[in-house]
Design a protein around this ligand. Structure first.
Ligand SMILES: Nc1ncnc2c1ncn2[C@@H]1O[C@H](COP(=O)(O)OP(=O)(O)OP(=O)(O)O)[C@@H](O)[C@H]1O
Length: 247
């Protein structure tokens, strides 16, 4: 990575001129933004626009072609960030032949998280009643909550959550968003991806992506005002229209 300035010191994440190639194609095209500490930031955009690639760069598992990614004041991927950053991927990240509780005990040991954390995170994701179920027998929504529980172990300062609400019913989605805001109120920073626009309104700040670029980085209200629309889906379409006219 180059020595591009790392962004404001109070930012949880600073990205500058980030370029990533995958499969011989540039999928992140020199993007930059800051994520303020303690905020719930939504990463929205159509399938394939680069959300997962960006999250992978932030947690330090993506080979990048250029630019700088700074996380909690350190270069992304630094060993000391391992316990300070929680990452939940789109696919289930638990062992399907272990029970939910066995999975969490295992990951707590790997991460050096206190053993008491297991019960806390089970309650936070609403899986206490399913703790002794073998993970392979859980529904898709239960499995994704088990993966989320792993990311919550050790109370990381930054949570990077890739589509954590996919496949959940409206009640569970609502409960998870309430959890995200409780965590943020305690000072945790959350970067949450989704391609469901009705979730965008639940974020304090939005990064709207399209084709490897950031179309907008602002609060939902500011974006609505700028586009003269109340519906965030319309805002997104308006921004795409502006970009098409400008190019
Ligand atoms: N392993 C890979 N090899 C080659 N290209 C890839 C690979 N993974 C992703 N891509 C490509 O990189 C681009 C960005 O993919 P990415 O997964 O970051 O998008 P996304 O916005 O997270 O999509 P979704 O919402 O569907 O998960 C896409 O064009 C995708 O086809």
């Amino acid at each position: 990575m180059s020595s591009v300035p790392a962004g404001p010191p109070d930012a949880a994440v600073s990205v500058r001129d980030l370029r990533v190639e995958r499969g011989g194609r540039e999928v992140l095209r020199g993007i930059g933004f800051d994520v303020p500490r303690g905020a719930v930031v939504g990463l929205l955009g159509p399938s394939g626009c680069g959300k997962t690639t960006l999250m992978r760069a932030i947690v330090g598992v993506q080979i990048v072609k250029g630019g700088a990614v700074t996380v909690l004041g350190r270069p992304a991927g630094s060993p000391e960030l391992r316990r300070r950053v929680g990452y939940s991927t789109q696919g289930a990240a638990v062992y399907t032949d272990l029970t939910v509780r066995e999975n969490l005990r295992y990951f707590a040991a790997v991460l050096g998280a206190p053993r008491g954390d297991v019960d806390r995170v089970l309650a936070e994701v609403g899986l206490t009643d399913h703790r002794d179920r073998v993970a392979g027998t859980l529904s898709g929504g239960q499995l994704s909550r088990a993966s989320l529980a792993v990311a919550l172990l050790g109370a990381p300062e930054l949570l990077v959550l890739d589509e954590p609400t996919v496949g959940l019913d409206p009640v569970l989605r609502q409960e998870l968003w309430e959890l995200f805001h409780r965590l943020a109120a305690r000072g945790t920073t959350l970067l949450v991806s989704s391609h469901v626009m009705d979730e965008a309104g639940r974020c304090q700040r939005l990064l709207l992506m399209r084709e490897g670029e950031i179309l907008a980085d602002d609060s939902p209200d500011a974006l609505r005002e700028r586009a003269g629309a109340t519906d965030l889906e319309q805002v997104f379409l308006h921004l795409i229209g502006d970009r098409a006219v400008a190019s």
